[in-house]
Ligand binder design. Structure first.
Ligand code: 5GP
Length: 215
């Protein structure tokens, strides 16, 4: 069993640029929980981009931690000023987007940056960052997804139906992704994503600079 505290040794060469990691999947599948655990495991080497949205905050959400909550006018201004890496209209006409500066800055610092975004946003990012890594998280089945959405108690009935309908549609985009994970067992899902990040860092083409310097 790999000692996660020693993961740097497994990477072989400590490459200098971080990896942009896209995580998509239906609302309620558990992406947020997985991502929070991954951030803890990698202890500062993996960070999460905080999105901007025009959706209203839920009772348990905090500004700057879950999202930056914006009015439509504020969001439009971010688009006009070209401050978003990607954006999309996801649920019920609500806009979601990724602030560009934070992502670019963290990648430059050598951090791995996770974007928890929908399939439309993922396509936009893939066009701009050819070497990003994309992961789609699936629920074990749709009944389970519905159960998780209800148990979360953050959505009304209309929103649950809306989210399930979108989840069915989003599934068609799964073939655009590099990896798929079925989030049946949380620990196993976390392990899969941790392994993907480590494996990506071990790829020859991500270590060319270090290899050539040594050669
Ligand atoms: P929620 O409203 O449940 O917080 O998020 C709904 C969905 O919006 C998430 O499952 C995620 O796929 C998507 N989302 C969150 N942030 C962004 C973003 O910055 N860009 C895009 N394109 N989608 C996002």
């Amino acid at each position: 069993m790999l000692n996660i505290d020693n993961y740097r040794k497994v990477w072989g060469f400590k490459d200098k640029s971080g990896i942009l990691i896209i995580i998509s999947g239906p609302s309620g599948v558990g992406k947020g929980t997985i991502v929070n655990e991954i951030i803890k495991i990698f202890n500062g080497d993996v960070v999460k981009s905080i999105s901007v949205t025009t959706r209203k905050p839920r009772f348990n959400e905090k500004e700057g931690i879950d999202y930056f909550f914006k009015s439509i006018e504020e969001f439009s201004s971010l688009i006009e000023k070209d401050l978003l890496l990607e954006y999309a209209c996801v649920f019920g006409g609500k806009l979601y987007g990724t602030p560009k500066d934070y992502v670019e800055q963290k990648l430059k610092e050598g951090k791995n940056v996770i974007l928890e975004i929908d399939v439309q946003g993922a396509l936009q990012v893939k066009r701009k960052f050819k070497d990003c890594v994309s992961i789609f998280v699936l629920p074990p089945n749709f009944l389970e997804l519905e159960k998780r959405l209800r148990e979360r108690k953050t959505e009304d009935e209309e929103s649950i139906h809306n989210r399930l309908a979108i989840a069915h549609k989003e599934l068609k985009s799964i073939y655009n992704y590099d990896y798929v994970i079925i989030n049946d067992d949380l620990k196993y899902s976390i392990d899969c994503i941790r392994s993907i990040i480590i494996a990506e860092h071990c790829k020859i083409n991500r270590n060319l600079k270090e290899l050539n310097n040594d050669g």
